[in-house]
Design a protein around this ligand. Sequence first.
Ligand code: C2O
Ligand code: CU
Ligand code: CU
Length: 467
Amino acid sequence: MRPAEELETVIISRRVFLAGATASGMLLAAGTMAGSTRAVAAGGAGTVTRYPLYFPPTVDLASPYVLTAKPGTVDLGGGKLSTAWVYNGLMPGPSLRASNGGSAQITLVNQLSQETITHWHGMVVDHPNDGHPVYAIPPGGRYSYSFPIRQRAAMNWYHPHPHMMTGQQVAMGLAGAFIVNDAEESALGLPGGAYEVPLVIRDASLDSTGNLQYKPRSGGFLGDILLVNGTRDPYLNVDTALYRLRVLGGANARIFGLTLTNGAAFTLIGNDGGLLRSAVQVSRVDLAPGERLDLLVDFRGLPVGTRVVLRDARAGWDLLEFRVARQVSVSATVPTALSTITTLSNPVLTRTFSFDGMSKINGHEYDVNRVDFQVPFGQVERWRFSTSGNAPHPVHVHGASFQVVSRTGGRGQLYPWEAGWKDTVLLEDRETVDVLIRFDSYRGEYLLHCHKLEHEDMGMMSNFVVV
Ligand code: C2O
Ligand code: CU
Ligand code: CU
């Protein structure tokens, strides 16, 4: 047996009986085929029935909010219901919105049949609010979060983080967007309202009755269908206007290579940690699990009836069809200067992290009770991520954003979407990626891990303490 197969057996035996126990307790939904049966040519590859892109409701965190994780049914398109595990009955969960300077009071209620805890990926919060696996609550439990919002505008996200069960819970549907606004961003007059479109992109797997299922693989879960905001084969009617697409890589393991079929470029304005210094034109952008992109797409000047498809150049999938449906004239300009970003420099020391096999960092599997290193508060450090194989490893850090300074080996370069502030960076085989990081918000325990959720669950995660 190859080592990969051994590991695969381990990960399956650890969790599948849990999944099976839960699935048997869930209602099976009657599938009905209603809705649009309009067949359209998609990317020249036959015909496909497309469904209107779903948008979860937006929740303003100005007042206290209750988030309940539990099994439910969701419409993946055309009225066909699938069972899933969802936040407040929705997939993706409600889009949470808050402003820099505000605060959040959120109560998580666990109505799953296994433990869970919610992490606010990209939100800079103290340890008790970070959704560390040590705080996982049992079925029937509650967890109260309360934290000030002190960070720049960005699209972050929330998802479960219990040890060894994150992959299953995310694949089953638990995730949502967490958008932070600030004055600097508002002053730019970027497209808003219907012209600001959150897109949670992930793959998924359905069982023979059309319900979401999780089939763990140690090399990373890969689904055979694609969901954008929980919709299969989605389309979106658009105006002849400038749109802001706020994209979240919400897959367990799959990496997307985003392109537009009309050959137009994206105007890249931001990523994980918010706006870049200035806008840049890119014809293709890669998106790994945990990463975010802020993209402007211009439909002005296109005739009504035009179809433009957002594609994944890696798997050759159509992700979302934009249908230019209405002529409008809305003035919008792309600001050239977006944001001020202070460059981190002069690291006091270098720490090296080797992402080994599929379950280890620097030779160790995760232990929830072991602290692997300590980081002095306020000190600029260079963290060097490398791997000898089993990549891609999307490396994610809790508690602070970082600046990516170099990539050697492998692809041997940095990309425009890796500028500015990041909290997740893609490490491919034979690559070494250096980032500069400074923890200057809170002291306490945080996590460093691979965001390929199967690697994370198998132990490719490390605790450290900011002191
Ligand atoms: Cu998005 Cu520690 O995770
Ligand atoms: Cu995180
Ligand atoms: Cu990994």
